[in-house]
Design a protein around this ligand. Structure first.
Ligand code: DC
Length: 246
């Protein structure tokens, strides 16, 4: 099948895109949705975080676009970043055969990820990796530009958001839960800063694709959000199973 078939893939099961700003509950929601559906989870933020960590380890500045672009291209070429499924439905993240699942969650690496993700060469390097991971469907990809850039033809797209106050509160609880120091006001400032940077960058900014379903988790419980998404994906998956015209 030549030409257009490359964009409009024929899959047996849907690609589910879950995009949205930091702290909207994307990781928890995506993991639970993937578990309930028996789909593979692809945490694309973990890829950007891994690039930021690799840059830090190489003593490269996150503001040095050329250096981080080179680092990302090298990691992609060597297949040095790996997402391995865990029994709880989550993924562990491996960088050069070392488990960096914890290291990439540090606050500073999150800020670094936001910076390196604005570099077009970094986005290019990670694009193919993400497309390869989702191509056959039966997959939940969570990120910022899945429905807009990585899989514009995703069968199901959600844009998950929540108010800044609610999102900062969740980050705060998460850090405290891990026994890490956390300052509520500083977190709120960082959430705003990160939103600003993620939405205003030239390369694949955070936008709600027009065909994505908006889900606001400020007032819905996580379970409520998950139920709604699972129901929607099942409807689409069933429709894909029905013979055309039948
Ligand atoms: O979701 P997260 O906090 O793990 O993402 C880390 C950073 O990576 C975030 O600042 C935005 C960026 N990112 C991106 O630009 N595109 C994606 N698809 C996923 C994450």
């Amino acid at each position: 099948m030549p030409g257009a078939a490359a964009m409009t893939a024929e899959r047996a099961r849907p690609v589910v895109a879950i995009d949205g700003p930091a702290g909207a509950g994307k990781s928890t929601v995506s993991r639970r949705v993937a578990v309930r559906l028996g789909y593979t989870l692809v945490d694309t933020g973990a890829l950007y975080r891994s690039v930021a960590l690799a840059a830090k380890q190489a003593d490269a500045s996150w503001d040095d676009s050329e250096a981080v672009g080179r680092i990302a291209a090298d990691l992609a070429e060597r297949g040095a970043i790996e997402l391995r499924p865990l029994s709880d439905g989550g993924v562990s993240v491996w960088l050069d055969a070392r488990d960096v699942s914890r290291a990439i969650r540090a606050q500073d690496v999150g800020q670094g990820a936001s910076k390196v993700s604005a570099v077009p060469a970094v986005r290019d390097a990670l694009l193919e990796m993400q497309r390869a991971a989702g191509r056959d469907g039966g997959v939940v990809l969570e990120g910022r530009d899945i429905g807009s850039v990585v899989f514009p033809d995703a069968e199901v797209k959600f844009f998950l958001t929540a108010s800044v106050g609610v999102r900062a509160g969740r980050r705060f609880d998460e850090l405290r839960g891990r026994g890490e120091p956390a300052d509520r006001e500083q977190i709120e400032r960082e959430v705003k800063e990160r939103d600003e940077r993620d939405s205003s960058r030239a390369a694949a900014p955070l936008v709600q694709p027009p065909d994505a379903e908006l889900v606001d988790s400020s007032e819905l419980s996580i379970e409520g959000v998950v139920d709604r998404m699972v129901r929607r994906v099942r409807e689409v998956a069933e429709a894909m199973q029905r013979p055309a015209g039948g």
